[in-house]
Design a protein around this ligand. Structure first.
Ligand SMILES: Nc1ncnc2c1ncn2[C@@H]1O[C@H](COP(=O)(O)OP(=O)(O)O)[C@@H](O)[C@H]1O
Ligand SMILES: [Mg+2]
Length: 265
């Protein structure tokens, strides 16, 4: 079984983001929580990497560091991309803006002119299969549709439209974006995400606690331990056959269980 997936320890030579011994501690002295410890991790341009780990192991913390929403306590993060964009579990759309207005927002903030904004938003809404729904407000859309809008907005925000960082690879950070959706919608959106990833060539760092989702979507799956969050192991799961994919899910799940039970003990 294990012969079907190979553990890769060598990081790709060209990176969109690279962690060098990154640590993150919240609070001080006896109340200190070591969320991340000596994390080394790299995502290459256009690469799809899934990060799995138990609840509370530091996955969101890690994404926040890449997004620049928080600073590491130790180590450093090397970023060679346009501004990373985050897609959260909840779409977090502006309720007073239409779907198109939400997608246009990061473009407006980047100083993109009205006509170009409209055109880009229309293109991105078509990419996420919401053509014709641009004038709907978030409350008029289903949960799955709202996540499609959030994805289009993230793509608008990570693609450099103003020239300063043009040509830099884009990076999408996704924090359990499908966990609040029903199983069928989740399955559809996973397929859509793969299609959009192939179409756009963006790098994706995708966080999930669902191993099946990670193995289906990612080219690599990285397992994070709990307290402190450390990279325990990673698997190359690119282009597996259905049988090999099922075996990989079992193997990663077994490793995750080991990590969780060693933490509890
Ligand atoms: N702002 C914060 N202040 C204090 N502790 C935090 C903060 N953010 C996260 N933590 C702690 O860091 C650990 C990792 O949290 P988090 O990154 O949210 O985990 P995950 O996303 O894997 O569920 C948890 O123990 C959590 O309680
Ligand atoms: Mg989280």
């Amino acid at each position: 079984m294990t012969a079907t997936i190979e553990t890769r320890t060598v990081a790709p030579p060209v990176t969109t983001v690279r962690f060098h011994q990154v640590g993150k501690t919240f609070g001080q002295s006896t109340k200190a929580v070591v969320a991340l410890d000596q994390v080394d991790l790299a995502v290459g341009p256009g690469e799809f990497v899934c990060l799995v780990g138990a609840s509370g192991c530091g996955k969101t913390t890690l994404l926040n560091l890449v997004a620049g929403l928080d600073q590491p306590t130790s180590g450093r993060i090397e970023l060679n991309s346009s501004r990373p964009a985050v897609v959260f579990q909840e779409a977090a759309l502006m309720p007073w803006l239409t779907a198109a207005g939400n997608v246009e927002l990061p473009l407006r903030m980047a100083g993109v002119g009205k006509a170009a904004r409209r055109a880009t938003a229309a293109e991105l809404l078509e990419l996420v299969r919401l053509a014709g729904l641009g004038d709907k407000r978030p409350h008029e859309l289903s949960g799955g549709m709202r996540q499609r809008v959030a994805l289009a907005r993230a793509l608008a925000s990570t693609t450099d439209h103003t020239g300063a960082g043009a040509g830099k690879p884009s990076l999408l950070l996704m924090d359990e974006p499908f966990s609040a959706l029903d199983a069928i919608t989740r399955d559809v959106l996973q397929g859509e995400l793969l299609r959009i990833w192939r179409a756009t060539g963006t790098a994706i760092l995708f966080v999930t606690h669902d191993v099946r989702e990670a193995v289906r979507l990612g080219q690599r799956v990285v397992l994070l331990s709990s307290r402190p969050g450390r990279v325990v192991r990673e698997w190359n799961v690119d282009g597996l056959t259905d049988g090999a994919e099922a075996a990989a899910v079992d193997e990663v799940n077994a490793a995750l269980r080991t990590v969780i039970s060693s933490h509890a003990a």
